[in-house]
Design a protein. Structure first.
Length: 315
């Protein structure tokens, strides 16, 4: 069923990317809602005189990506304890809110908020409001898909505003060293926790031909799909792209006398491998990933493993 979800989470530039590449998400629009002014401008909303908040309106197929999962993803993008804005963006237009479009959404939002409050993840009260959805006014074109149009400035803004560090501090997997060593074998631990590299052509997935997705072996984050896997001739599983690049982080790696771009999982903070600019067209990227950092889930087992929303990747 096609539905709409509307979330305010501070600067709307930062609220598109996390949802945009998820399965079942048809469209994500930046805009303004919650106020009284018809068709407000960005400047008017930022002045705090319209009553509007910056928000995103998400059109999604709830049979593929249910609303409860959208809520879970939403909470992971914001500081739900801040009543005065988000990070360095202050004022009423940057306050968080869930705007519900149905009674079912309201109940789901209330339940999700209660669950978060009782989880103990935050020491302060959860102040994000749950409000009936009203008119939504799309923002100016220059604000749409900002993370695609200005990727460098977008990354700098997320980091400089404090959002990136806040998310990492509150949502990254809290690792128990003893349990981690019990869960992983020596190669898996060496690769994911010590930036190791497994031998080429002697690993589980370098020539995998089955259909399915690859998740972080530590955190379970869905990272890559077999649809985007190809034989790069290097002896490690190679992909033209991730399922969603919002689940990856990267940093410069100068080890071994080379300058490379290391790729890590966002929540698990696992070392995965590296990304290179020698991949096939049209993207031109090659994600060279260690099998030891991954767990493969065949498409026929996605439902039972809790990743049913990714079935639509395979036809």
């Amino acid at each position: 069923m096609i539905e709409k979800a509307t979330f305010a989470g501070g600067c709307f530039w930062c609220m598109v990317h996390p949802f945009d590449q998820e399965p079942g998400i048809l469209k994500v629009v930046s805009g303004y809602t919650g106020g009284s002014t018809v068709n407000p401008t960005y400047e008017e909303v930022c002045s705090g005189t319209t009553g509007h908040r910056e928000a995103v309106e998400i059109t999604f197929d709830s049979d593929i990506y249910p609303y409860r999962k959208l809520l879970a993803l939403y909470w992971q993008q914001i500081d739900p304890t801040d009543p005065g804005g988000q990070f360095h963006d202050r004022g009423s237009s940057y306050r968080t809110a869930i705007f519900y479009h149905s009674e079912a959404q309201r109940k789901a939002a209330e339940s999700s908020k209660k669950e978060l409050a009782e989880s103990g993840r935050f020491s302060k009260p959860i102040v994000t409001e749950i409000i009936p959805a009203g008119p939504f006014y799309p923002a100016e074109e220059k604000h749409q898909d900002y993370y695609r149009k200005s990727p460098f400035h977008y990354r700098m803004y997320r980091q400089g505003s404090g959002r990136e560090d806040f998310i990492r501090n509150h949502w990254s997997l809290k690792k128990d060293e003893q349990k981690l060593r019990e869960k992983l074998n020596k190669v898996q631990y060496h690769v994911t926790q010590e930036k190791g590299t497994e031998p080429p052509f002697q690993n589980a997935y370098w020539n995998n031909k089955r259909e399915g997705i690859y998740v972080d072996i530590v955190s379970g984050e869905p990272l890559f799909s077999s649809i985007d896997q190809y034989d790069a001739g290097c002896g490690w599983p190679s992909f033209t792209r991730p399922i969603s690049d919002s689940r990856l982080t990267s940093e410069t790696d100068t080890r071994l006398g080379m300058v490379r771009t290391e790729v890590r999982s966002r929540d698990g903070n696992s070392h995965l491998g590296h990304v290179f600019d020698d991949g096939p067209a049209p993207g031109g990227q090659r994600y060279c990933i260690n099998s030891a950092a991954l767990r493969f889930i065949p498409k026929e087992r996605l439902d039972e493993a809790g990743y049913g929303e990714y079935k639509g990747l395979f036809h």
